[in-house]
Design a protein around this ligand. Structure first.
Ligand SMILES: [Zn+2]
Length: 75
């Protein structure tokens, strides 16, 4: 019998910990508006459990090109 009020046993894997970034998740590049927007969208998507959108954001973050603009700016 399934009782939703009953605490689960530890047989099932825990799929929370949104604050804990998995190693495969790219972080936003510093000072990049696009990356930071994607990062926020990813966080929001994860909060509503939209994991496919989270993956989309990860792909976009990874793909976003950064041609060392920072180094160029400093020169
Ligand atoms: Zn970027």
């Amino acid at each position: 019998m399934f009782d939703p009020l009953k605490p689960r046993t530890c047989q099932e894997p825990v799929i929370e910990l949104p604050h804990h970034d998995l190693p495969e998740e790219p972080g936003p590049a510093e000072g990049c508006d696009v990356c930071n927007a994607l990062d926020r969208r990813r966080t929001a998507a994860r909060q509503v459990g939209d994991m496919s959108k989270v993956t989309d954001c990860n792909v976009e973050l990874r793909r976003h090109p950064h041609l060392r603009e920072k180094q160029r700016e400093k020169r």
